[in-house]
Design a protein around this ligand. Sequence first.
Ligand code: 5MM
Length: 342
Amino acid sequence: MTNQALVATAQALVADDKGILAMDESNPTCNKRFARLGIPQTSEAHRAYREMIVTTPSLGACISGAILYDETIRQTTSEGIPFVQAVIAAGIIPGVKVDAGAKDMAGHPGEKITEGLDGLRDRLKDYARLGLRFAKWRAVIVIGDGLPSRACIEANAQALARYAALCQEAGLLPIVEPEVLMDGEHSLAQCFAVTEQVLHTVFKQLYTQGVLPEAMLLKPNMVLPGLSCSRQDAAEAVAQATVRCFLRVVPAAVPGVMFLSGGQSAELASSRLNAMNVGFKSRVPWALSFSYGRALQQPAMETWAGQGTNVKVAQQALLQRARCNLAARRGEYRAAMEVTGS
Ligand code: 5MM
């Protein structure tokens, strides 16, 4: 695939006010979420759940891309259709999580380094052959007492950049996901400072590794106060801090900023994205969009609860969240949509 084709994929993923659905939970994460709801933690339950998602009628009207997990790519729907084909048939571009997870970082207690670079070139070739068009790699940064360390930021940024360079070489659009976690008592200002430092380092490494900014998407955290911070700022303050931070460090050539939800409630994730688009859509160089996992899926997962009889109503819950986030991209999301669904 040429650079032009990668740029076209990036443009397609941000087009028409749509966003990305992250359905790439690894088996341990998926099992943890299923266990809380009393759903069996089996490969067949993962398959059935993800079939419910990708067969949701009209999902492609709001969702441009879906990030899949390796297990899903090798499974089929109950009609025997490989998931990658089912996603394409829904009018959605298929992508895949390619990192091997965030592991404890040697010499740095409390910090993580994402693994998965060994053998990645061959795995990417395989994914391209299977019809995947983009990839995703997540790095995790913790805010805490004396954290994050420079070592953790640098090592994760370099891994993200090496991954992105390999993706572009293989003809897969890289989604670069440096996530500053929400856990902690830190303030909005502290999250701002750490996010700025992380993104600055990531884009320096991307430049060093020769990654083309037009042919990638960024999947960052919003600038938020920690979950245990006594002051929880309004959506407008979050929007202002996030955009101000990103204007300092994200190149204008990057087509889209696809926020992760990171454990925010579905409603907060929509209202904060909406506030960004209301206040800044016409003043920023990139699309302000979403690549949510939990904030799109959680209500649908709870409704489905592992029961085939709940599929239709669970699909309505998923579509409802997708529509709210499409509206948020337009700056047209209203709290009333949560009641009427209109
Ligand atoms: C941060 O997690 C990503 C976005 O999901 P949320 O919107 O729920 O925060 C998500 O794509 C994540 O990278 C995948 O679920 C894979 O995570 P694990 O922990 O299973 O590797």
